[in-house]
Design a protein around this ligand. Structure first.
Ligand code: FAD
Length: 448
């Protein structure tokens, strides 16, 4: 690769250059060393890079906020287009739309939209990238009333592998509009996302935590709460380790309804007595992300496993609780997120997000500090996933798949997978965009 020939205005960073180490830092504490990172100064840089990669027959990685669970956006030895500096968010308050640049994080959208009394389904943590999150689904605090983030995509602009800048919307490239909402990183470099906003200014939200031993009772209470919850209540069961070895458990919640109703909705927790920590309070919508912001420090070692569950019966509850008792790492968090509501009501064939049928999403984020513990902690995470797997319903949420789970990608897309492969062949036959939850192009049987 002739680095000097890359036609961009932004910085071109090769190993050893000032800024290279900063640019390659991602959420996971991995030592990834691309051959070159281009810090895009504007979206024309992104377009020019796609053209350059096509001409040089190089695969191109697109790195936004770098929160990919499998660290796919920052591969060793590859050419990386970093959009991290492109964070502009424009709000059209009248039409309740946000036009979001490709490197924006959720914190940028929340802040800009809140100034107009608006919000949409975003990630639980402010530093997560809008693009990676929304192009592959997007589960968040507001999803039971507003749907997933990909349900709120109204329009995209993107550069496909042939260098063409395309407008993707229901009335323009409908095939791509379908595919981009769930499998988005496979078909091009997105230069902007237009998201639907909704009038929400205040919520009641926070965490109620109890000692780890209370986990069976908390999980039971969670099941009862979710059985009666309307769309205005999103909850998750939570279990975590801590640096001092103490475990805690509890419920995280966000309620957009009348705060006066909350005590009744949370009545199943009453027999547990007072929580040891209770941050549930009325807050402005712009404070919602702070509920989880500090829980997964950037740069730690992480490994994840996740499954969709149709219900929380005794056998899956016991499988989860048995593993929770064996947590040893300091930053481990176990979630059972309540899905359904608007997520389940959106038409299944409208997008390729595959989690419509799930009642719950199980997720273990195992986090530790020392590379010496990698083998033990990765094995522990896998064993947790294996214990819950037999109780899971079909499919997988691609945003939660770690680097060693690419074999689950076809199942994640289910019956949409063959059509996605055909589209991949049409728009990216050389698989230029492969540093993602990759969908290989359909093979031409006649040519093979
Ligand atoms: C701390 C943390 C909290 C999280 N919380 C949630 C949550 O609440 N709900 C949830 O559903 N998920 C959550 N996730 C998962 C998250 O949604 C995914 O990891 C998501 O893909 C991250 O997107 P990113 O843009 O930050 O990551 P990146 O690593 O920058 O990108 C992720 C993928 O998207 C591709 N991509 C990025 N930008 C573009 C673009 N402009 N055009 C084309 N492709 C692009 C990349 O190439 C890569 O394949 C969380 C992850 C972390 C680490």
């Amino acid at each position: 690769m002739t680095v000097r020939a890359i036609p961009v205005r932004g910085e071109i960073l090769a190993p050893g250059q000032p800024g290279y180490d900063d640019a390659r830092r991602i959420w996971k504490g991995l030592d990834r060393r691309p051959s070159c990172i281009v810090r895009c100064a504007d979206t024309s840089d992104l377009r020019n890079l796609v053209g350059y990669a096509a001409q040089e027959r190089l695969p191109l990685a697109i790195a936004g906020a770098g929160h990919d669970i499998g660290a796919r956006s920052m591969p060793d030895y590859a050419l990386v287009a970093s959009t991290a500096a492109l964070t502009r968010v424009e709000i059209d308050a009248e039409r309740r739309l946000a036009k979001v640049a490709p490197g924006a994080r959720w914190g940028h959208v929340v802040e800009a939209a809140a100034r107009h009394g608006l919000a949409t389904t975003g990630a639980s943590v402010a530093t997560v990238g809008v693009a990676g999150f929304a192009l592959h689904g997007g589960l968040g605090w507001l999803m039971r009333s507003l749907g997933t983030a990909c349900d709120n995509i109204r329009e995209l602009e993107m550069v496909t592998a042939d260098g063409e800048l395309r407008r993707i919307a229901p009335d323009s490239e409908p095939d791509l509009f379908w595919a981009m909402r769930g499998a988005g990183s496979n078909f091009g470099a997105v230069t902007s996302l237009t998201l639907q906003l909704h009038p929400i200014t205040r919520v009641t939200a926070g965490m109620m935590l109890y000692p780890g031993e209370a986990a069976p009772a908390v999980l039971n209470a969670f099941r009862d709460i979710t059985a009666r919850a309307g769309d205005e209540l999103v909850t998750h069961f939570y279990y975590n380790g801590s640096p001092d070895g103490a475990h805690s458990t509890g419920i995280g919640l966000c309620h957009t309804g009348d705060p006066a109703d909350l005590a009744t909705l949370l009545a199943p927790l009453a027999p547990l007595g007072e929580p040891v920590y209770d941050s549930v309070r009325e807050m402005g919508i712009d404070d919602l992300q702070a509920v989880h912001d500090s829980s997964t420090p950037r740069g730690a070692r992480y490994h994840l496993r996740a499954h969709y569950l149709s219900e929380l019966d005794d056998s899956v509850s016991e499988a989860i609780l048995a593993r929770c008792r064996t947590v040893t790492a300091p930053f481990t968090q176990v979630f059972v997120e309540h899905m359904g509501g608007a997520v389940g009501r959106a038409p299944i064939d409208d997008s390729v997000f595959g989690g419509r049928h799930a009642g719950y999403s199980f997720l273990v984020i195992n986090g530790w500090s020392s590379p010496e513990d990698d083998t033990t902690q990765i094995a522990w995470t896998r064993a947790f996933g294996d214990a819950v797997g037999p109780h899971a319903t079909h499919g997988a949420y691609v945003n939660y798949l770690d680097y060693d789970e690419d074999h689950r990608i076809p199942g994640a897309y289910g019956s949409a997978y063959p059509r996605l492969r055909a589209l991949k062949r049409r728009y990216d036959p050389a698989n230029m965009f492969r540093f993602n939850r990759n969908i290989p192009p359909e093979v031409d049987d006649a040519a093979s």
